[in-house]
Design a binder for this molecule. Structure first.
Ligand SMILES: *Cc1c(COP(=O)(O)O)cnc(C)c1O
Length: 432
C-alpha cells in the first residue's frame, strides 16, 4: 500500500477526520507525528518534541519501552483477542490479581472495559443495581462535584460539571443528578469544615434518592486541574457511611502514582466502594479500563432476582491490552517510582516558580508529577500550540490553564525545557 504524501494526508485529515473537541470547518492545526520514543515525539519534519502531556496522563514509562514492546509482541503472537463471554485467560486473571492486590482494600471484584468513560458507566450501573437489589428502588441518583470530569458518554457526561460540561447541549437526554460545590481548600490548606457543607446538606436532604457520590480523588482533572484537601475526601467517606450512600472514586487520571501515592485516595487513607481506573493502566499503549468493587456490592447485585450485572463489552478483557498492563504495572512496582515522582515534584517547583512573578498568572500549583499554571484569561490555543512546538515541547493548554504531567522517566534537564517553555511563552504573551 502506498502512503499518502504529507500534504495529501493533512488535507484528507482536515476534510474528513474529527479530532477531540474539534470543528470540521475551522480546525486547529494538527501535527503529523511519525514515531515516539522515551519522552520524545518525532514529527514528520524531523523535529523532536519533549512530551509534557504523557498523551493525556497515560504514557508513564515513556514511548516505545522495550519491556512493554516485548509484552505486546509476545501476546500478539499468542492471542490478540478472544471474547470474554464463556472464556477466560491468563492476561486478564493476572491483571485482576495485580489490581486487587495493589488497590486499597476492600476492592475485590474486577470488571474490565475498553475506556475510562465506559468504566464510569459501569460504576454508575453497579451503584444503581446494588440499591435495586436491596429493594431501594428510589436510590438511582448520583451526587457529583462541580468542576468534576468523568468522561464523554451520556452517563458519564451527566455527572460532569453542569456549567463547563456538556449539560446545556444535551439537557434533553441527560438524567438530572445532584451537584455539590467543589472543594475550595487546596491540598495543603488548613481544613475548613465549611468546605464540606454543600455535600453534607445534599446528602442529608436527599440520601433516600442517592445511590452514590462520585468524585475524582484529590485532583479534579479536565474540569479545572484543581487539587483539594485530603480531609474533604475523609469527610465524604464518613458522610457516605452515615447516610448509606456508596462512594465511587474515579482514579482514571490519578491512578498509578501520578499524585505521589499509587492511588490518590491513599493520600486521605480511605477507600471507595467502587473505583475506576484507566489512562496509565497500560502505560499508554492500549485502551483499557477497569471498575473495581467490593464483595459487599458484587454479592448484593448477584443475589438479586436475575443475579447478573448488566454489562458486557465486545472487547472486554482484551488479552493484548491486559498483557501490556501487567508489564506496565510490574515495571512501575519494580522501579523507584516514589523517588522519581518526588524528584519531578521538586523540579516542577523550581522550574515553574518564576511564573508566580509574571503578569496574567493567578496561581501556580504542583502535586506529584502534575504542574499547573493558571492565567487570568483564556490561552490563545492557536498561538500557544505553535509557540510550544517551535520551542521543542508538546504542551496542550486548555481554557486558562497551562499544565504538564510528564512521563515518570523524564530527566531534570528535559523537564527544565518544558518549564522554561511555559515561563517564556507566558512572558511573550499567549492569552486572548
Ligand atoms: C480521561 C478521564 C475519563 C474518561 O476516560 P476516557 O478513556 O477518555 O473515556 C474519566 N474520568 C477521568 C477523571 C478522566 O481523567
Amino acid at each position: 500500500m502506498k502512503k499518502l504524501s504529507q500534504s495529501t494526508m493533512l488535507k484528507y485529515d482536515r476534510e474528513h477526520i474529527w479530532h477531540p473537541y474539534s470543528s470540521m470547518i475551522d480546525p486547529l492545526t494538527v501535527y503529523p507525528v511519525v514515531s515516539a520514543s522515551g519522552v520524545y515525539l518525532k514529527l514528520a519534519d524531523g523535529r523532536e518534541l519533549i512530551d509534557g502531556m504523557s498523551s493525556w496522563w497515560s504514557v508513564i514509562h515513556g514511548y516505545n519501552h522495550p519491556r512493554l514492546n516485548s509484552a505486546a509482541h509476545a501476546q500478539i503472537d499468542t492471542m490478540a483477542h478472544v471474547m470474554f463471554g464463556g472464556l477466560t485467560h491468563w492476561p486478564a486473571t493476572e491483571l485482576a490479581s495485580r489490581l486487587v492486590r495493589l488497590t486499597p482494600a476492600p476492592q475485590e471484584k474486577v470488571f474490565f472495559s475498553d475506556s475510562g468513560s465506559v468504566s464510569v458507566e459501569v460504576a454508575i450501573k453497579m451503584a444503581i443495581q446494588f440499591w435495586q437489589s436491596r429493594g431501594q428502588t428510589k436510590k438511582y441518583k448520583l451526587l457529583s462535584l462541580r468542576h468534576g470530569y468523568h468522561g464523554d458518554t451520556s452517563g458519564a457526561m451527566s455527572v460532569c460539571d453542569p456549567v463547563t460540561g456538556m449539560h446545556e447541549l444535551f439537557t434533553g437526554i441527560l438524567p438530572k443528578h445532584y451537584f455539590a460545590d467543589a472543594p475550595c481548600c487546596g491540598f495543603d490548606d488548613p481544613w475548613d469544615e465549611q468546605d464540606i457543607a454543600s455535600l453534607a446538606s445534599i446528602l442529608e436532604d436527599h440520601n433516600d434518592e442517592i445511590a452514590a457520590v462520585i468524585m475524582e480523588p484529590i485532583v479534579q482533572g479536565a474540569g479545572g486541574m484543581r487539587f483539594y484537601s485530603p480531609q474533604y475526601l475523609r469527610r465524604t467517606r464518613q458522610l457516605c457511611d452515615r447516610y448509606e450512600v456508596l462512594l465511587i472514586l474515579d482514579e482514571i487520571a490519578t491512578g498509578f502514582g501520578r499524585t505521589g501515592t499509587l492511588f490518590a485516595c491513599e493520600q486521605a487513607g480511605i477507600a471507595p466502594d467502587i473505583m475506576c481506573l484507566g489512562k496509565a493502566l497500560t502505560g499508554g499503549y492500549m485502551t483499557l479500563a477497569v471498575t473495581l468493587t467490593t464483595t459487599a456490592v458484587s454479592d448484593a447485585i448477584s443475589n438479586d432476582g436475575k443475579g447478573v450485572f448488566m454489562h458486557g463489552p465486545t472487547f472486554m478483557g482484551n488479552p493484548l491490552a491486559c498483557a501490556i498492563a501487567n508489564a506496565s504495572i510490574d515495571l512501575l512496582m519494580e522501579g523507584p517510582w516514589q523517588q522519581s515522582i518526588k524528584c519531578i515534584e521538586q523540579w516542577l517547583r523550581s522550574g515553574l516558580s518564576p511564573c508566580t512573578q509574571l503578569e496574567r498568572v493567578v496561581d501556580v500549583r504542583i502535586l506529584g508529577t502534575i504542574g499547573v499554571v493558571e492565567l487570568d484569561r483564556p490561552v490563545d490555543m492557536r498561538r500557544a500550540q505553535h509557540r510550544f512546538v517551535d520551542k521543542g515541547v508538546w504542551i496542550r493548554p486548555f481554557g486558562k490553564l497551562l499544565y504538564i504531567m510528564p512521563p515518570y522517566i523524564i530527566t531534570e534537564q528535559q523537564l527544565a525545557q518544558l518549564t522554561s517553555a511555559i515561563v517564556e511563552t507566558i512572558e511573550e504573551g499567549i492569552t486572548l
